[in-house]
Design a protein around this ligand. Sequence first.
Ligand code: UDP
Length: 236
Amino acid sequence: MQKTTLLHEGKAKKVFLTEESDLVIQEFKDDATAFNNKKKGTIADKGVVNNAISCKLFTLLEAHGVKTHLVEKLSERDMLCRRLDIIKVEVVVRNIAAGSLVKRYGFTEGTVLDVPIVEFYLKNDDLDDPLMNESHAVALGVATYEELSVLRKQAEAINLVLREFFAQRKLKLVDFKLEFGRHHDKILLGDEISPDTCRFWDLDTNEKMDKDRFRFDLGGVEDAYSEVQRRVLELD
Ligand code: UDP
């Protein structure tokens, strides 16, 4: 399958149309941004690593009955996907308190949550992706109550699969962000699942092994990403 025109360029990926109207190619870049574009940089080979990890995790999720946009991994940086009408809602699932949950609500970082927290954020950079509830999303016209209920259930189911998978690889899945899209009459999981969109802590040492190393200049960013890749891909 060949790329034709560039449909969209985001912070970490380009999306291309193909000769098939129903299919797009996601090209993973090395560009990294944080704090809504205020911090910019590159992480060497991040695109290759995130494509490999995402393809593996989407395949795992498909095997557990989760419908995703993945068709196949085309090359090191390219993922062939079904074309989605992206729902402008970012779904965050949290197992352990970190990041904005700590800032906003005063949780102590590292507190294990008795029940995972599911949050919805409006996908809108101009507004800094504000946290919202179902009523806001419906009022804004970004999703229906029925769709939001599907997103929540899918996110909870995905969390159970991923938490188990990462625990076997000695990684704690602290939190992660998902995006979904409409495809004909179905809702499919889209975007990516990678150290850019998840927080992973080493099970034994609690060492951060994700984009927080870039966000907070902790060093060892590339090493952390490739170690996550190794645990995801080599420990089968
Ligand atoms: N996240 C993301 N994209 C965003 C915002 C958050 O992938 O635009 C991920 C982030 O990497 C983390 C989880 O969602 O794994 C929760 O992020 P949080 O709300 O704590 O915000 P942050 O501290 O990352 O600003």
